[in-house]
Design a binder for this molecule. Structure first.
Ligand SMILES: [Zn+2]
Length: 357
């Protein structure tokens, strides 16, 4: 029978009668009942691979493939048949020896150790998490201590769910194919980009705290979507910063990309860009943003922030909103009695407001 090691995914040829199976590659001991069965009957001519590189969804992360080590789970079975049976026949004296023997031969077998190993997160945050075809991964409670250039790469029909984790990196998620990623709660600290998604991938971020960019960051584009990508960010507390805040982009949607920003709070200055037949929708209290909407794109639910670029040499229109001199010319509710200046008497008004200070 071929079992799959529950720690590294390696195929293990075992008799299947021992309650514990030790892996020939990673050396971990798993409860036999917890191992997936790859083949009920060991196929004819089956030989163990000489080395094994654990796929990313397993708990063992290595740079080099693990070499095959003999002394396998099958030994447990051999011990059972060759040692235990005669001992049972030998009676009570034999039992005492047998009681000590299995512990020595399978040192990693205690059930407590096995339980701990099963609770270990599938990914520890020290390297890029790659999720690809057919992978269904769940990550929870991971705290990344150091930022990575790329935190998550999700491809083809990967399904990834991350809960209560702290993700740090320059680009947090790169998605393609029909990958589906869900992030619940936790914190995201993105140097430049939270998500870059293409071709029908789907991302849901729910209730996370998101810090996008920094005071010295350039090229900040929070969510970049194209094709038929669907992104929903709900109940997030988002803060955006950049070296030049007028260049920070929160959403850049093209083609048929769709982004929904539901509830939550948004702080900082940023642009929402939409092109092609994309759609960016804010649901909840309006959020202030610079809007760049082109062709058939739709953007709704935002309050437009006007580009406050002071144009050098352009004469300021007196009384125009934002004109620093406006208070002196317009209605003067702040002035107490006694000034009595005519609205056009600049010198009087200036003197009066100086005296008020
Ligand atoms: Zn293993």
């Amino acid at each position: 029978m071929i079992l799959e090691c529950s720690h590294c995914g390696a195929p293990l040829d075992v008799g299947g009668r021992s309650p514990f199976t030790r892996c020939n590659y990673c050396g971990r001991t798993s409860r036999t009942s917890a191992c997936k069965t790859q083949h009920r009957v060991t196929p004819q001519g089956w030989a163990p691979p000489q080395q094994w590189l654990p796929p990313p969804q397993f708990t063992v992360h290595v740079i080099q493939p693990l070499p095959y080590k003999k002394a396998s789970g099958a030994i447990g079975c051999i011990i059972f048949v060759s040692v235990m049976l005669p001992l049972i026949i030998a009676g009570a004296a034999g039992f005492a020896i047998w009681a000590a023997a299995p512990r020595a031969s399978v040192p990693d077998a205690p059930a407590g150790d096995d339980d701990e190993a099963e609770a270990e997160p599938a990914w520890d945050g020290t390297s890029t998490l790659r999720c690809s075809a057919g992978d269904r991964l769940q990550v929870s409670g991971v705290t990344m201590k150091a930022a990575l250039p790329e935190v998550i790469v999700a491809e083809s029909n990967c399904v990834l769910e991350i809960t209560d984790s702290e993700l740090r990196g320059d680009v947090i998620i790169t998605m393609s194919g029909t990958a589906r990623v869900t992030i619940r709660r936790g914190e995201i600290v993105a140097g430049r980009t939270v998500a870059k998604a293409s071709s029908s991938s789907k991302l849901e971020v729910d209730g996370a705290k998101i810090t996008l960019g920094a005071k010295n960051a350039d090229g900040v584009v929070g969510i970049e979507v194209t094709s038929s990508v669907d992104v929903t960010v709900s109940g997030a507390s988002v803060t955006v910063a950049a070296r030049d805040p007028s260049k920070a982009v929160l959403v850049d949607a093209t083609s048929r990309g769709r982004v929904r920003l539901v509830d939550g709070t948004y702080a900082g200055e940023f642009t929402i860009k939409a092109d092609g037949s994309s759609e960016v929708r804010r649901e909840g209290p309006p959020v202030e943003a610079r809007l760049e909407v082109r062709s058939a794109a739709k953007v709704s639910g935002f309050k437009e922030r006007h580009k406050a670029k002071p144009q050098k040499g352009a004469p300021a229109r007196p009384g125009a909103p934002g004109d620093p001199l406006a208070p002196a010319f317009g209605p003067q509710p702040s002035k107490g009695p006694g000034c009595g200046c005519a609205p056009s008497d600049l010198a009087c008004n200036m003197k009066c407001s100086a005296g008020k200070k």
